[in-house]
Design a protein around this ligand. Sequence first.
Ligand code: AMP
Length: 433
Amino acid sequence: MRYQSLPYMYDTLPFSPTDPEYSWQNTALCQYVEEKFRDVCRRFGYREIRTPILEQTELFTRNIGKGTDIVSKEMFSFQDRGERDISLKPEGTASVVRACIQNSLFADYPMLKLYYIGQNFRAERGQKGRYRQHQQLGVEAFGIADAQVDAEVIALAVTFYRELGITDCELKINSVGVPESRQVYGEALREYVRPYLSEMSEDGQKRFEMNPLRMLDTKSKGDLKILEDAPHLVDYLDPESREHLEKLQAYLSALGIAYTLDHKLVRGFDYYTKTAFEIVGRHLGSQSALGGGGRYDALVKECGGAPTPGIGFGLGMERCLITLQEMGISLPLPQGASQVFMIVLGDEPELLRRSLQILMELRANGIAADRDFRSKKFPPQVKTADSLKAQYTLVLGENELAQNVIQLRNQSTKEQREVALGSLVEELKRLFA
Ligand code: AMP
């Protein structure tokens, strides 16, 4: 084949791919999940924001953190023709913050609840559940520092999964404190690891130097063993962060949301403060995080805005679809695109012209109508109608045209009757009402 999609980038098709392993790469499934997300967001009072796919590189290097994998080696960055350093968006939050500052939203809306559905790009080593282009469904709530909002944001994510039928997942929470407490903890962690440093993985050793907390976010069995008795971040929290965490736990309990406190949960970006959380699935192998997020009270100021607290999350679309597939959950997808399929018997010019007009009239009246332009005979056309699962067929021939009527046939009961062309739209609207 001459052209192939790039490594770890995939197509989403209107038909399920023949290989069942990839049947999740289906547009109807994506649309269903997106609609569910929009619906849950609407009920929680969130409005949609859309930001460009390209941004200045510095927006990410400054805010995600130079020591993170994404910034150090995984961004798709290049110079445009004006020699500007630009990058494909690796995550959603920094762009949303930039857009809100640029459009004065923080000033105009002191309580701002936004959601987005967007594509992210990371030049990661791909595997199941890990792609170089992936889609995230995310929310950001700005302006409120109170832990009630943390609980509400988490409840939104939990509601979304619950309503999709993904009950088989675990909520993990932690607090990463504030930069000062994190610094003290980072040093304590270094002190603890130092005697074993030469036994740590190469990645672990790098993180020891660059960003010690990230040592905790490892999949290396050796590193995990070394870290087993490492000091816990919660024991180093400043009093305010500690109180915030306690309040969040109480609110989650009040909402009946089960969680575990995970001392090793630190998340991939440097901008988090206080709350960090992740929703972990059981069907994703090593790429087990369905989604995650946290509070980022210093980010807006970092990006040049007035100090504004914020909290948000990003949920991975692909991992959600894979989980639905592996759990055997079948979503109530709309059946067949075509409600009505027109069968035209013959190829006389007037017949073809009229058939096109009738199709247009049906579509203009909100009815999904189609025909097979390849044949003038009945059997191949009815076969196409069946393959598209059309509920009704309309048969138009020379005789019907002469009498200004059409044959209306119910494809499941096979009942057929004649309808005057002048009342066809009304008749079909009544049937589909
Ligand atoms: P992050 O932005 O890294 O916090 O990721 C949030 C969520 O996005 C993760 O929990 C995953 O579900 C999803 N995700 C992140 N990176 C990828 C990727 N490379 N491929 C597919 N999904 C991803």
